[in-house]
Design a protein around this ligand. Structure first.
Ligand code: HEM
Length: 413
């Protein structure tokens, strides 16, 4: 039905969206039997979208812009101001090229090689450990690996605190209240820490090799040839480090999934590469993490009976698309088998955004995410640690969701 037929379009859904979380948009669409609906979000008219053709529409740069799309509190906590996420056109293309240049195949190999050393050190280096919390280990390992690679000192006694702050930024982005306040404070501390590196490179006090992320970001010039303002450069450096730390959330979900799927764990431990990749893709599809994205319409237009007005906000439901029954058979079942014969499609599996990373806003860190996730999943499958009784639930109304216990493991002998 056209949006105009829906009488509830003036209702503000901010509170129920925040309250019900990942499933809110899908449930409302199912109830309305619509592929889109209009409502108000933080007071402004918004069209909510889900599904493959909706994702294709959302990534049409001629129809939507990201400028001014992300609500202020989320933007300044998670990404920073004037950073790649909110840029448009040539400025976006130019800044994005910096990220894509940094995050090439060599980077994936280097970061995972360094992560292998950190995993080894943390899991065996201090003698056998009685129990570990996978989430906390993953945060420390991934943060140390990406920061070593970027050219930032990780042997400093204060580094574990920085790793924890980086995780706090991720943990607080979708929340109100204390979790959000903690994230804001963490963002300020991390920016200050990153600013120190940018200044040191620019002043000639630090001489990293030119391909290191600290050097690339500190010396990056915008499309008009100017160095980035200090805070923007610091935020962009954090925009490489922080989302990499977010992979710890997926690693923790993978730990839970291996426990629940011993058959797949055995296949993976036995060296089945295809099974490992399929399993990790299913972890990215099935478990809740990035919930949705926002953009603004550049012009007035109609799409499948829905009306978009210039400047109006649209929200694309990532979680809902990854669980859309039109795209996925039995979407609420965890079934890595669905990815064994899967052909890449830029608009159906979109946990890290859709479309093309070079020409649009799709995440430039997907290969690194898969590299780190596959590495940890293989390690966990081979380690066959015991999983004692604990609270392994995760909430679909907490954004970002995570396993309550963090997945406690007792390493074997
Ligand atoms: C963008 C998710 C890992 C760097 C994004 C977007 C999502 C996302 C949903 C927004 C896409 C859009 O606006 O259309 C994730 C998830 C990750 C992850 C779930 C793993 C848990 C990474 C990693 C890096 C990274 C490892 C870098 C090292 C970025 C950057 C952007 C971005 C710089 C902004 C791109 C742009 O606006 O053009 N990510 N990401 N992400 N991600 Fe990731």
């Amino acid at each position: 039905a056209p949006v105009d037929a829906v009488p509830e379009r003036h209702r503000d859904v901010s509170l129920p969206l925040w309250w019900y979380g990942y499933r809110f948009i899908s449930r409302r669409m199912d109830r309305l039997r619509a592929t889109a609906f209009q409502a108000r979000l933080l007071g402004s008219p918004t069209v909510f979208l889900r599904g493959r053709s909706a994702a294709q529409l959302f990534y049409d740069n001629t129809k939507f812009t990201r400028v001014g799309a992300i609500p202020g509190p989320i933007k300044s906590t998670l990404f920073g101001r004037d950073t790649v996420h909110g840029l448009d056109g040539h400025a976006h293309h130019h800044r994005k090229a910096m990220f894509l240049g940094l995050l090439d195949d060599d980077a994936v190999e280097q970061v995972t090689d360094i992560a292998a050393l950190h995993w080894h050190e943390r899991l065996t280096g201090r003698g056998p450990r009685r129990r570990i919390v996978l989430f906390h280990e993953a945060v420390q390992v991934i943060a140390a690996a990406v920061c070593d690679w970027a050219g930032m000192a990780t042997r400093h006694p204060e580094f574990p605190g920085i790793a924890t702050e980086l995780a706090r930024i991720v943990d607080g982005f979708g929340s109100a209240g204390m979790r959000h306040v903690r994230a804001r404070v963490a963002r300020l501390r991390c920016r200050r820490w990153a600013r120190g590196y940018v200044s040191a490179v620019r002043d000639g006090r630090l001489h990293p090799p030119p391909h290191r992320a600290v050097a690339v970001v500190a010396r990056h010039r915008d499309e008009r040839g100017r160095l980035l303002p200090l805070d923007v450069a610091a935020d962009e450096l954090v925009n490489v480090i922080r989302p990499t730390v977010a992979v710890a959330w997926l690693i923790t979900f993978a730990g839970l999934a291996l426990h629940r799927e011993p058959g797949w764990a055995e296949r993976i431990a036995g060296g089945d590469r295809a099974a490992l990749t399929a399993f990790c893709q299913e972890v990215r599809r099935y478990y809740p993490f990035a919930p949705f994205l926002a953009a603004r319409a550049r012009k007035d237009f109609q799409w499948q009976g829905h009306r978009f007005t210039r400047g109006g906000r649209v929200v694309l439901d990532l979680y809902g698309t990854d669980h859309d029954p039109r795209l996925w058979d039995r979407p609420e079942e965890f079934d890595p088998g669905r990815f064994l014969a899967w052909r890449f499609d830029p608009f159906s599996l979109i946990p890290q955004g859709g479309g093309d990373a070079a020409s649009g806003h799709r995440c430039p860190g997907e290969a690194l995410t898969m590299g780190l996730l596959e590495q940890a999943t293989l390690l966990l499958a081979r380690g066959r640690a015991e999983v004692p009784r604990q609270n392994l639930s995760f909430s679909l109304s907490r954004i970002p969701s995570r396993v309550t216990s963090g997945v406690v493991l007792v390493p074997r002998g």
